[in-house]
Design a protein. Sequence first.
Lengths: 176, 233
Amino acid sequence: MEDSENSKKRIVFVTVGTTSFDALVKAVVSEHVKDELLKRGYTHLLIQMGRGIFFPTKCEGADGSLVVDYFTFSSSIADHIRSASLVISHAGSGSIFETLKLGKPLIVVVNEDLMDNHQCELAEALEERKHLYYTRPHTLHQTLTKMELESLVRYTPGDGTPVARIIDRFLGFPDD
Amino acid sequence: MEEGCSCFYSKMGTKLSIGLLIVLAIVLLMVRVLYVVYWCGKPFPKGASQSFSTLVVLGSGGHTAEMLSLLSVLRKDRFTPRFYIAAATDNMSLQKAHSFEDSVAEKPVVKEASSQFMKIYRSREVGQSYVTSVWTTIVAIVHALWLMIRIRPQVILCNGPGTCIPLCVIAFLFKVMGIRWSSIFYVESVARVKKLSLSGFLLYKLRIADQFFVQWPQLQKKYPRAHYVGCLM
């Protein structure tokens, strides 16, 4: 699942979606998480921080430390995911499936502050099928140390064909 | 004494007959509602050749992506013209629907696809107070009614946003009143694994949706009238 073209530059892309998720941003820039990422051979940490008010410290990556950069929003999230070697994402279904379809290793971090948190259901169900890792901001470090990316199962995207077939039959159209 | 008595009885009589009429009207209405509910979810006879005017209710973000995934595999000639409705505060969804329609129109097989894009007022925005939402709900219902009278769709496709509820209820009332028969298809979002969304729950329980789809087997077990169709994404 690793991107061989980017063998020198190994980017961890973090995305919080359209709202804010400062707890996730704080967790990824904490020293022990950054150390673990370095240990695992990642070189860059790029954060899409949305409407968050916590601004991490940028880092140029001198003397072998992790390069840290961030931005608020981008219209080309897919490009960032494509160039990443690991994606750490909020639990929105859009980001999750975009990452899985591009075949990138994914850690989903659930936002515990959200009231109606049905979104963790999706992450949980996909973790059961070994398509991703699922964690919370304060356990992100543990997940990083324990994870084995080789054991992840590549996701096969689904489509609307079964729904379309039932709708067509219901309305009396012949099968194609 | 006798006169007073007969007067009393005739008054009772008119009251009784008015009462009976009301009861009769209610019974007839109930019979009609039950008749409509009975025919909801019954497939059409085979051999359809005409196309169905289709209303597509878009949600935001993930909902819209799932809906477009479904639309991309539906035969466009069978579902035409297509009317897209999204919440007035949602700028992205109609834009995505536009570019989807543009990409479809490029294919030479499909003739000039007729599609229209509309916005609908939401009854309640996130964080709005319940007092002001009484008024905005009335506005939203009137607006939904106006849109539905204009469109009178034969097929409604929806997958979760709350905006689909007034539209589907109005479509059901149109069926009861004999204005327009429509088929409502509801696909529960992939994000719902163990529990239906409120919209999904209402449309399932009230039997307003003709066909109901879920994307996880766990949900199909809980709601046996639903079809399990795997992930749309």
